[in-house]
Write a protein of this length. Structure first.
Length: 256
């Protein structure tokens, strides 16, 4: 049960521990290899099935894992091992060894089965906290998305994804996450502050993007007009006071 599996979000860290349709097993395998961890096959779980030892995973279909059945005893053993890795990861996180914590969380994630989604959700959120500290914001966003997919009301993961998206300058999606957080907890301080702040920042961001787009269009226009001895400065947009529309006026006397 969720209330018996605690993350460590009660610490004083800025990023305290705890979509998109995401292939969990593929992402875990990629991250595991990148940090030197030994990924566990999502389809076979060789630690608990000696009959398939050495078998290579042939595809990433989640249906394979859905069909896999485990006894209650096997699930308890898997969960116990996963939680042990999580606690070891929490200790490394608190000690500042974020790379080491990521490795342990990853091993716990790939060990967890689909039947243990609540535990898996917390592990992804904890790993995201590490990525926030190490400025790997895209990885943090991805992990939070998995956590939310597994538990749509996981407030800590929603807030953390919003923070990651802010760092990635995805301000509009971040605002939506903060709004969702307020639906779950109307008194959440971080979310309330962000919902008041972000609309103005989004407006500034959109205006900046519009100016950059216009500048690029002008550069392209100048490139086309240059062989004719013209530039975009030879053309002006003049608003019609009656219709409110715009007309393009040409002036031959503009200096290039």
């Amino acid at each position: 049960m969720m209330n018996t599996v605690h993350d460590v979000m009660d610490s004083d860290s800025e990023y305290e521990l705890a979509s998109e349709s995401i292939n969990h097993e593929e992402m875990d395998d990629i991250i595991s290899k990148s940090i030197g961890a030994d990924p566990i096959s999502a389809a076979s779980s060789s630690e608990y099935n000696q009959n398939v030892e050495g078998k290579k995973e042939t595809d990433n279909s989640e249906d394979d894992e859905v069909m896999e059945e485990y006894s209650e005893e096997e699930l308890v053993s898997i969960k116990t091992n996963s939680l042990q890795l999580k606690e070891e990861g929490n200790k490394l996180y608190k000690d500042g060894d974020h790379a080491g914590a990521v490795e342990l969380y990853t091993k716990a994630i790939v060990l967890c089965r689909k039947q243990l989604n609540e535990t898996r959700s917390i592990l992804h959120a904890n790993r995201a906290a590490c990525y926030m500290v190490t400025s790997e914001y895209k990885n943090a966003e991805n992990d939070c998305s998995v956590a939310i997919e597994l538990n749509s009301t996981y407030l800590k993961a929603i807030i953390r994804r919003a923070q990651a998206r802010e760092k990635l300058e995805k301000l509009s999606p971040a605002l939506e996450d903060y709004k969702k957080a307020l639906e779950l907890n109307p008194y959440h301080g971080v979310a309330n502050e962000a919902v008041r702040r972000l609309p103005k920042e989004i407006e500034v961001q959109q205006e900046k993007m519009k100016e950059e787009c216009i500048s690029k269009l002008k550069d392209l226009g100048n490139l086309v007009l240059k062989p004719f001895g013209l530039s975009t400065d030879n053309f002006n947009m003049v608003q019609d006071p009656n219709s409110g529309g715009y007309n393009i006026q040409f002036s031959q006397n503009k200096q290039n």
